[in-house]
Design a protein around this ligand. Sequence first.
Ligand code: SF4
Length: 420
Amino acid sequence: MNVHLRSLGCRLNQAEMDALGRKLAQRGLLVTGDPAQAGQIVVNTCSVTREAGADSRALVRELARRAPAASITVTGCHAELAPQEMQSLPNVRKVVGNLENESIAGLLDGPAPDTRSPAAGRTATRTRAFVKVQDGCDHACTFCVTTLARGPGRSRPLAEILAEVRQLRSLDYQEVVLSGVQLGSYGHDLGMKQGLATLLRALLSETDFPRLRLSSLEPWDLTPDFHGLWRDARLCRHLHLPLQSGSSATLRRMRRRCSPEEFSVLLRDFRRNVPHMSITTDVMVGFPGEDEEEFETSKAFISGQPLAGLHVFRYSPRPGTPAARMRPQIRESTKKERSAQLRSLAESLARAYAREIEGQTQEVLWEQVAGATPEGFVNVGYTDTWMRVRAIHPLPLSNRITAARLGTFLDGEIQATPIL
Ligand code: SF4
């Protein structure tokens, strides 16, 4: 019986669905991209905002319409926080909490697991593999529902991660992305000091993976000598460090553990030690109590940082979080207005970073062929600095890493020339 897998939200959700897909293929189950061809469907939901919860419900309803005979298993943060709501949706057979989601492979109908069968092949469209190394979080940022949905911080044993990464390398993946809820706390629960640095050193010294990438990291988890790891060029020069606000007053109410000043020192330290390091961040607007002055302070601080981009979020009150009870809550119209201002700031920061690296030669992992012209194939990929690039070349370059000369920045992409 074919299985269709869908994931909403963060890279951790994606990593969990990827790992499930490989387990199911090893069991001889076909993972299909078309829900209409599936008898079983698994949905990994998200609840980080009110909209994400609504999207999770809408996706389950849509899949039930497209595959009326299929049984749906729902997991992820919205399933954890609103199990009855998800159980009441059409075709939902099972709601599995985040702490039990490793058991989903065994819950699905199909041939018994046969560990002798070779590992599943690389899904042709994927060049980058997401690997979950950690789950849960021990912090309590006042707006955050993830820490409620995912539970306390817990790390996968290093040997297990190494084995999975080696398996992925044998499947010809070119890049592995380490993901977690609070990735920077990797190993804390295993008694490891600087656990994430230890894990990275092990992956760099004990595997020949061409590229290692880190997903989102809390800035306070980065120790001063962390940038030494980038002496190995296989470690991608991009960090996503959520700041959330450039106003100290707002950050205090968020119960964040990194001040704007500390963030600025960290940013400059990394950029001094890792040339052309690309650092992006998350910024929230409309947090309860964020008056005009706090917003202007936040915007002014962020516009003065050498960032390569921003993810802008409008604060969304989540049930069970302290911030949802705070007053005053900010009007949606004000949030929209502030979000628009920061999105245009985000564009100018990305343009400035693209100008900084224009004319350089960087490594690009080509991911897909987006079309063809009389001059050649339209190849699309990402630099190690996480800039999206496009190039026309006589050859399709999918799943290859080549040097490329970086040109101008257009519509969010850098026009590049592959050097083969
Ligand atoms: S550190 Fe991240 S996951 Fe943990 S509570 Fe804060 S925002 Fe949530």
